[in-house]
Design a protein around this ligand. Sequence first.
Ligand code: ADP
Ligand code: ZN
Length: 211
Amino acid sequence: MNLILLGAPGAGKGTQATKISDRYGLVHISTGDIFRENIKKGTEIGLLAKSYTEKGELVPDEVTVAIVKDRLTWDDCKKGYLLDGFPRNLFQAEELDKFARIDGVVNINIDPALLMDRLCGRRVCRECGESYHVSTLNGATTCARCGGELYQRKDDNPETVGARLAVYNEQTAPLIDYYTKQGKILNFTGTEAPAEVLFEEVRAVLDKLAG
Ligand code: ADP
Ligand code: ZN
């Protein structure tokens, strides 16, 4: 089963991505994670990506598409994959259709008013990627799941978040229509309830799709 995970920044894609890929044995491919790793290691891709991610803009399509196209040729993708953060505009979606066969698109809808606070208050575990919100951490600086150090992503500041939300509205949201026309969209509503609640709904639908 090959899936795409769609939703605004802050909709809770990361948490659902971990749960979905665990449950269905899918390779989790996050373009955001790939860029962050490259930035950390100081690779050529990292140096290029840094200037865009810091501003909340999209890394150029030719670079991003080439990375995904190559990643999907790896052997592990034969068991199925979950694309998280890709495609992010119509061009990327059309390119993807040339080299991939997608079975379903999990779209998480969420009240946009929640996103700014969610992202600016987000803290992420360096080890396992789990995310938390400062308002519920009570000053804790380590991950409840694995003990890893929590940090704040560099692009989780009001200015960059504003840019990321604008990019989502202008370039990524039209993909909902694109995949609805292909009959692949699976709609869900993100809430303030624990991620397990949403995952139960996603699981019910994906169990059927997985057959
Ligand atoms: P979020 O969904 O929380 O905004 P991601 O971790 O998915 O964050 O992405 C972080 C940044 O990486 C984006 O703001 C963008 O600069 C870059 N990026 C990730 N995926 C893509 C993509 N498909 N195309 C272009 N840039 C991307
Ligand atoms: Zn952790």
